[in-house]
Design a protein. Structure first.
Length: 250
């Protein structure tokens, strides 16, 4: 999050607190204040991000087109803010045939030039060409089960338990393995950080803060231990690493 986003996040949080307090004629209730504290900084930076975080981020995505789209958008975000990508998402969908991999796989040099001239998307030749190449790689994966099953095969055995935004790692061994495997299948712009962002976005890992309203609503991690690893003594082979905010094999 850059300085402007941090400033905006503070303003959005302030407005939410004022709105919550105004509804009751005074200060926000302890429950409301606690809920607001469980909103990560990036989601509080803008109402569009807040809605995405509450309604879409972390919900399971298991379709080919859905995962392909998110993988491409995560790549376009590299070096930029997610808010920039989110504001341009509909324009991206229009420009890339609603992220239909069969259609995008047919794109050629004229299409690349057309996209580079489109002011409504992020005009980066390397990322555009990677999006086209990744469409072709997605089609090739159909011969061995398809992109959804390939990506979801890297779901970790245990979830993460972040109590603060800082507890969420930038990448994990599983995202590094996914990145290497995708590159081996011909995908580009798929580093460990991009892959972990994908894992969070499509619900493979629950990145919602412990105690937040959104935590666990995806249904993917029904067997996690919200009270902490100490409440599940049978996980003896695993050790809780606070620096990671997750359980890790020892």
């Amino acid at each position: 999050m850059n300085e402007q986003e941090r400033k905006t996040a503070g303003q959005v949080r302030g407005k939410e607190k004022n709105r919550a307090g105004g509804a009751s004629g005074g200060e926000a209730s302890p429950e409301t204040a606690e809920a607001l504290a469980k909103i990560p900084q990036w989601a509080a930076a803008d109402p569009l991000l807040a809605a995405y975080h509450a309604e879409e981020w972390g919900m399971p995505v298991r379709t080919e087109a859905g995962i392909y789209e998110r993988l491409c958008l995560e790549a376009f975000q590299a070096g930029l803010s997610w808010l920039t990508v989110l504001r341009k998402r509909e324009a991206f969908r229009d420009a890339f045939a609603r992220f239909d991999p069969e259609a995008v796989a047919e794109f050629g040099e004229k299409d690349v030039e057309r996209l580079l001239a489109n002011p409504d998307i992020i005009r980066n030749r390397v990322k555009i060409e990677a999006t086209i190449r990744n469409a072709r790689a997605t089609l090739a994966l159909r011969e061995s089960g398809g992109l959804p099953s390939f990506v979801w095969s890297f779901q970790p055995e245990v979830n993460i338990f972040p109590e603060r935004s800082e507890d969420i790692p930038q990448h994990t061994p599983e995202s590094s393995a996914m990145a290497a495997a995708l590159r081996g299948r011909g995908f580009r712009f798929v580093g460990p950080t991009t892959c972990f962002a994908l894992m969070l976005a499509i619900g493979m890992v629950d990145g919602h803060l412990v105690g937040s309203r959104e935590r666990g609503k995806s249904g993917v991690w029904r067997g996690e231990w919200p009270g902490g690893p100490e409440t599940c003594p049978e996980v003896e082979p695993l050790e809780y690493h606070e620096a990671w905010g997750r359980l890790k094999a020892v």
